[in-house]
Design a protein around this ligand. Structure first.
Ligand SMILES: *Cc1c(COP(=O)(O)O)cnc(C)c1O
Length: 431
């Protein structure tokens, strides 16, 4: 008889498990470092996010860059997701996962003509435009293919999302989007001079990991006024409003994830009034809590001020702490009696910035113990690198009570295959 339980990561007795599968068994079977994702948790997060907006029947376009594993894309496709892509490579992934191109929205500040051609030929649903120059290029590419492209202008409402400066995107000093007066001029130009483009909507994404629930309701008012302004100026009607993603999660104990209800309450009546279809683009809030990075302790090195726990995972597996000083909770996989202390959890990479946690009041594990770095399902594996010639870790999806290897560990052969040494004569010194 199966017992109903919350999906995801929890202790079964003293052992941390993923949907009932003990993590030590996964470490044994697949090795460490290892990414582990929970299928049930991915589904639950997708549904929870959709819920407050259900009255508007939103298109939830999962932000592929957060976690682009084909198995994750396939799982979310089955849940009814749309997909937000930012490169030709992500387009390939979506297609490879068997997702129809008209479920994909192509965003990003630097789309090349080749990427535009590929996306138009595949038949993506719409392009988010980040500049007037990009609109001109897309119009030319679409014309040459004798196609018409649906576009949304990404506006920059100049609001502060009160998040880390590297992930704030809605201020005038950020490279993203177009200021409102420029966007209005562009909307007019598209309507009057660019027949290869169809202005389908507006797009607005102001930052990532937003936790302050008053930010979005304020932006709703700005964006809705602007919708009206664009419709007056062009004499046309917009179909879609894409409100981006960026919904914050609780990385730290005691934090609360972003409450989406005030946003939905402000937004839904305004959408209805204008007959606009809602698009949302969450990445982190779906994938981050649904994944962890499993790592083994290689050394425990006592220092004068603190203890260094040297892991087999590093900034090469999870870059966020080094890049943003991001906080990830670290849990022991087996709860056995352990001393407490001031700990740096570090990797073996030759960089002072190579840490997963700094100055943490935490358990001091033993050599050979397993630890889990939590909330690593988004912006984790996708930012992995081969620095220090370290093979990228495998990814496992736990679903239906089974562990599926959805990406193999890279081998040294994989790492060296693309390189070659020129023939001797090419660089030989003159004699
Ligand atoms: C990264 C990104 C998202 C997703 O952000 P999350 O913080 O992962 O929800 C959505 N839209 C755009 C345009 C993005 O660049």
């Amino acid at each position: 008889m199966s017992i109903a339980r919350k999906p995801g990561f929890a202790y079964d007795g003293k052992t941390l498990s993923a949907d009932g599968l003990p993590l030590p068994e996964l470490a044994e079977r697949f090795g460490t470092p290892l990414y582990v994702y929970s299928g049930p948790l991915l589904r639950e997060n997708f549904r929870l996010l959709r819920e407050p907006f259900a009255g508007a029947d939103p298109m939830v376009a999962y932000s592929v860059k957060a976690n682009s594993n084909l198995a994750v894309l396939d799982l979310l496709h089955r849940e009814g997701a749309y997909f937000d892509i930012v490169s030709g490579g992500e387009l390939k992934r979506v297609l490879k996962a068997g997702i129809p191109a008209d479920r994909a929205i192509f965003a990003g500040v630097g789309k090349t003509a080749a990427e535009m051609r590929a996306a138009l030929r595949a038949g993506v649903m719409e392009f988010n435009l980040e500049s007037e120059q990009e609109a001109e290029r897309l119009a030319a590419v679409a014309k040459s293919l004798r196609r018409r492209a649906d576009v949304a202008i990404r506006i920059n409402p100049n609001v502060d999302a009160k998040t880390h400066k590297y992930i704030t995107t809605g201020k005038t000093e950020n490279k993203f989007g177009i200021s409102l007066d420029r966007a209005l001029r562009l909307a007019r130009r598209i309507a009057e001079e660019m027949p290869a483009l169809n202005l389908a909507g507006l797009h607005c994404h102001i930052g990532s990991q937003i936790l302050d629930s008053s930010i979005h309701p304020n932006v709703v008012a700005i964006v809705m006024d602007f919708v009206d302004e664009v419709e007056r100026a062009t004499g046309g009607k917009l179909d879609t409003l894409n409100f981006g993603g960026g919904y914050g999660i609780a990385y730290e104990r005691g934090q609360q994830p972003l409450d989406l209800r005030p946003f939905a309450e402000a937004l839904l009546p305004e959408l209805k009034k204008r007959g606009l279809r809602l698009i949302l683009e969450p990445g982190r809030s779906i994938a981050a809590p649904a994944g962890l990075l499993l790592s083994r302790v290689e050394y425990v090195k006592p220092g004068d001020a603190k203890t260094f726990v040297v892991l087999d995972a590093a900034m090469t597996e999870l870059l966020r702490p080094a890049l943003y000083r991001a906080y990830h909770e670290i849990l022991p996989v087996e709860k056995h009696p352990m001393p407490q202390g001031l700990v740096d959890f570090v990797g073996p990479v030759c960089e002072t910035g190579d840490f997963l946690a700094l100055d943490r009041e935490a358990f001091v594990p033993h050599e050979g113990d397993l630890i889990a770095v939590m909330d690593a399902g988004a912006y984790g594996f996708v930012m992995a690198s081969n620095y220090n010639t370290r093979p990228m870790p495998p990814e496992v999806l736990v679903d239906g009570g089974e562990a599926h290897l959805v990406r193999k560990r890279q081998t040294y052969g994989d790492l060296l295959r693309l390189e070659s040494i020129p023939p001797r004569s090419a660089g030989a010194p003159n004699t």
